[in-house]
Ligand binder design. Structure first.
Ligand SMILES: Nc1nc2c(ncn2[C@@H]2O[C@H](COP(=O)(O)OP(=O)(O)OP(=O)(O)O)[C@@H](O)[C@H]2O)c(=O)[nH]1
Ligand SMILES: [Mg+2]
Length: 241
């Protein structure tokens, strides 16, 4: 009760993003009644690093993964929107760095997929350079959601991505998507195997099952990714006396 009064008082001075509530000492909890990503709107598409929003006053989480793994579908599912990010049966459809705004300089970033063989060599090299520079040097990038088709997890390129990204010290959350394509027991076996491989190979990162088709796994993503975005963005003072 006392806590609620404090939250209301503070809300007059600090805007609280939808789906978040302050508890105390800068710790943020996600309110289950207000999904965190539902206000996402399309913001900008970039072909070059100089087209990205300035990094000084924003925070973002990027969604990477193999071409056709289901990254754009994950963003649509989180946003509860059918056509926010472009989805296609054909691989290689996301061809820019797409920013979706959650408001107040907070973004979800949909990246082009890797591993699509039919991309011309010059374009592949352009993207490789652009994405590696983006992922390794972007100061406002708080963490990486690595999307894998649950039927083909940890491909050599996924492993390479982990080898590259993990030395940044930023967190990785692996989404094993299209889990509707496997039986529950097979999906759980894959989850356990990927969790073990992650721990052995790259340290303490997180992993979960997800299905855009069945809209399963949204709350778990919110619990993990929400604090990456909001505890970093809003430096919240301790509201308790
Ligand atoms: N059954 C099922 N199909 C899915 C799911 N997620 C995505 N798909 C399908 O997988 C295909 C690729 O989805 P996208 O979201 O476009 O994949 P992407 O990773 O963004 O692909 P690129 O942008 O080309 O790298 C589409 O036909 C989707 O409908 C899922 O959870 N279950
Ligand atoms: Mg895509």
């Amino acid at each position: 009760m006392l806590l609620n009064i404090w939250i209301q008082k503070l809300a007059r001075f600090y805007p609280i993003p939808d789906g978040l509530a302050w508890y105390h000492a800068g710790v943020i909890a996600i309110r289950s009644d207000m999904p965190l990503f539902q206000n996402a709107t399309y913001y900008i598409s970039a072909h070059q690093l100089n087209e990205l929003p300035p990094a000084d006053d924003c925070v973002e989480v990027a969604f990477a993964g193999r071409s056709n793994a289901g990254k754009s579908s994950v963003i649509n599912t989180l946003a509860n929107h059918t056509r926010l990010a472009f989805v296609s049966k054909q691989p290689g459809r996301t061809q820019q760095i797409n920013f979706f705004s959650l408001g107040e300089g907070v973004y979800l970033v949909d990246l082009p997929g890797y591993g699509y063989a039919k991309v011309p060599e010059a374009m592949r090299l352009h993207w490789q350079r652009l994405l590696s520079t983006y992922l390794l040097t972007r100061p406002s990038l708080r963490g990486l959601v690595l999307v894998m088709d649950v039927r083909h997890p940890l491909t050599p390129l996924d492993r390479q991505m982990l080898d590259w990204f993990c030395p940044t010290g930023k967190p990785v959350h692996v989404l094993l998507t299209k889990s509707d394509k496997l039986s529950k027991s097979a999906a759980l076996r894959t989850l356990a195997g990927v969790r073990k491989a992650l721990q052995e190979g790259w340290g303490n990162h997180t992993v979960q099952l997800f299905s855009s088709l069945k809209k399963q796994g949204v709350e778990e993503v919110e619990k993990i990714v929400g604090p990456w975005l909001y505890s970093a963005k809003h430096d919240i003072p301790d509201p308790m006396p």
